[in-house]
Design a protein around this ligand. Structure first.
Ligand code: OAD
Length: 234
């Protein structure tokens, strides 16, 4: 029986691929107001701006490649059952070869009709459309007549995948956190579901405060930290 690793990732795992993080100096939220471009309220007020913002995010994905950290996470599948639970909306884990990826905050390459989701039922997978790196504009409508919106969990919306993520973390023998400031809930609280005795590793160059004595902080960038982590598993 292979052991299970739950890998919780944030923007830091993709930083060395050239995608900016959100809250570091010069990060995305220094230049854009998340309440305007990534919130339920922003969508209701000015959907055109939100669509443009995610058209731009999709465009950036065309230019970047998975880095060594994404690849080392994918390679863990040789010896472990690996569940990647990412806050990222990019597709770099999949492109590096990870086969079980849960996107807590949605996926930039996908869209769905704006009337397809409520906080109680979540969204229907059947209505989600993969548009790759294409653009969406106001007036682009789904077969049901509704405006298409990004398949993103906006601020102010529920996180439909959180229950699945809690289940996966609580089943893991090892929990690994890579490159997240752990400021956005409920994702930030997920590691607390690690079962008693399961070691927790954190890879992040910053002083991320985690109040759990089990956490072993590898204070390095993702590519270097992943090499150290793989060495520790041997
Ligand atoms: P943040 O920008 O909040 O945090 C990025 C983390 O990555 C920080 O702790 C950095 O220290 C770390 N970091 C920077 N460079 C790194 C590197 N080379 N290697 C490893 N770590 C590095 O990003 P998230 O925590 O992912 O949500 O943000 C969470 C959510 O907030 C995002 O999913 C997004 C955002 O608003 C939505 O848009 C819904």
């Amino acid at each position: 029986m292979k052991k299970r690793i739950a890998v919780l990732t944030g923007a830091g795992v993709s930083a060395e691929s050239g995608l900016g993080t959100y809250r570091d100096n010069g990060g995305l939220w220094d230049n854009y107001d998340p309440m305007v471009v990534a919130s339920a309220e922003g969508w209701a007020r000015n959907p055109g701006l939100v669509l443009d913002f995610y058209n731009m995010q999709r465009e950036k994905l065309k230019e970047v490649q998975p880095n060594t950290a994404h690849r080392l996470i994918a390679e863990l599948e040789k010896d472990y059952v690996v569940d990647v639970i990412t806050q990222n909306v990019d597709n770099l884990h999949e492109r590096a070869g990870s086969t079980h990826v849960v996107h807590l905050h949605g996926e930039a390459t996908k869209i769905r009709p704006e009337n397809s989701c409520n906080d109680y039922d979540g969204f229907s997978e059947k209505l989600v459309v993969d548009i790759g790196y294409g653009a969406v504009h106001l007036g682009d409508k789904a077969p049901n007549g509704a405006q298409y919106r990004p398949h993103i969990v906006f601020f102010g919306e529920a996180v439909p995948m959180i229950e699945r993520a809690v289940e996966l973390v609580s089943q893991a023998d090892i929990v690994l956190i890579v490159g997240t400031s752990l400021q956005v809930y409920p994702a930030a609280g997920l590691y607390r579901y690690a079962r008693a005795g399961a070691p927790i590793y954190l890879i992040d160059p910053a002083d991320v405060a985690l109040f759990d004595k089990r956490v072993h902080h590898i204070q390095k960038v993702a590519t270097e930290g992943m090499q150290e982590f793989v060495g520790l598993l041997k």
